[in-house]
Design a protein around this ligand. Structure first.
Ligand code: SAM
Length: 379
């Protein structure tokens, strides 16, 4: 295996969502983001060209995890397709990384986790699903075969971590050379993603992408005016290094392989007529940023005293854990037994939870996204 493949495999290990259905059970906010934006998918159905006689309408969900959060939006999209193109077959490809829990995806699609097994797949005729366990930085579908590509809360993941970050765990706290290296990696990855989708889309095809980003006021996930979630992660992990529970090298090795782009960074290759993306026929239709409030915080605030701070902390921290645990686990030295690594990470989230329980003010994982609609024009 080449050095690059090994690095990419290492990065993929730090990305996986917690499996076994944990992800969509603990990620109500991500579902809220998709449900709020499902009108963008309906709008896309209105705009695509009719499929050729006997051909299906094709959809893809890039970075779908266990597929639970997008299920209702995809159902609404299929229903709209059926209104616009009666009798048409629909094919949906779910993509994620090779170590994603695809079993949980198919169990969700078949409704195994519900008492009544009712999902779009069990209810609607002529819908066909398949999955692809290869990263979205490369082309995954044949040329001109895709009508509508969708992706939510996934494309902030980089193909690899470009360097370590000495005094933080996320690019939002990086400075100097590290900040530059992450920005360069992200710019290249965004070009890779757009060029791959440009090839896959049919002329007239659409992309709807809801991506984590930094908005015009500098807000980003878990940083919307209260306690900064990533600074809290970094401070708690650093404290564990100071207490020698983890080593300084392990602290340094822990960094999310992520980048939060600004709206300008998202739009640049789509507006620059000389860019390969523009020349491949991808065009910006709309772009805006938006904040979706943390549902766990909202439930706590609305309970007005009926929920204790400890109960809030116990409901809130698992949503952080669902997507961040793999990063902290993978920062730990492989010479430690797996059990020990898990015990350290348990302690880390226990500390986060007691911090929230003791001082609940300002803790919230509000979602900050850039919402993009793109089209592939005929060249
Ligand atoms: C936060 S989850 C979002 C899942 C779902 N789309 C949602 O909105 O709830 C991010 C997903 O992106 C996946 N992912 C990260 N990097 C990826 C890549 N290069 N290619 C495909 N999927 C990727 C992760 O494995 C994970 O399942």
């Amino acid at each position: 295996m080449s050095q690059l493949s090994l690095r990419k495999e290492g990065t993929a290990r730090t990305i996986a969502m917690k499996g076994g259905g944990y992800y969509s059970e603990r990620t109500r906010g991500a579902k809220d983001v998709i449900d709020n934006a499902s009108g963008m998918l309906i709008e896309a159905v209105d705009q695509i060209l009719p499929p050729a006689q006997g051909h299906p309408v094709t959809l893809a969900d890039f970075g779908a995890a266990d597929g639970g959060t997008s299920q209702e939006a995809i159902k609404a999209c299929i229903e709209k397709i059926r209104v616009r193109f009666p009798g048409t077959q629909v094919q949906i490809t779910y993509t994620d990384l090779p170590n994603n829990d695809f079993s949980a995806l198919f169990r969700n699609l078949l409704g195994f986790e519900q008492q009544v097994h009712r999902t779009y797949l069990t209810e609607l005729e002529d819908v066909f699903v398949n999955a692809c366990g290869i990263g979205f930085h490369q082309q995954l579908l044949p040329d001109a075969s895709l009508d509508i590509g969708f992706s939510a809360t996934a494309m902030h993941y980089l193909s690899e971590k470009p360097c370590t970050i000495d005094d933080h765990v996320h690019m939002v706290g990086a400075t100097g050379d590290a900040a530059r290296a992450f920005a360069e990696q992200a710019a290249q990855n965004w070009l890779d993603i757009l060029l791959a989708r440009a090839k896959e889309l049919r002329p007239g095809g659409r992309l709807v992408m809801l991506n984590f980003g930094i908005d015009e006021q500098g807000r980003y996930l878990g940083n919307t005016g209260g306690v900064n979630m990533f600074n809290t992660f970094a401070a708690l992990w650093q404290k564990m290094a100071q207490e020698k529970i983890i080593s300084d090298a392990e602290f340094k090795d822990t960094a999310f392989p992520q980048y939060y782009r600004t709206i300008e960074e998202f739009c640049a290759p789509l507006e620059d007529k000389s860019s390969a993306v523009f020349q491949a026929g991808l065009r910006l239709v709309t772009a805006h940023t938006g904040v979706v409030g943390c549902p766990y915080r909202r439930a706590y605030d609305e309970a007005s005293g009926a929920m204790s701070a400890a109960q809030f902390a116990a409901s809130y921290v698992p949503t952080l854990r669902s997507w961040s645990e793999a990063v902290f686990l993978s920062g730990l030295d492989n010479s430690r037994a797996l059990e020990e690594r898990h015990a350290i990470v348990d302690e880390f989230y226990k500390r986060y939870e007691s911090q929230v329980a003791n001082h609940p003010d300002g803790h919230a994982m509000d979602y900050v996204h850039c919402y993009l609609a793109l089209e592939k024009v005929k060249l």
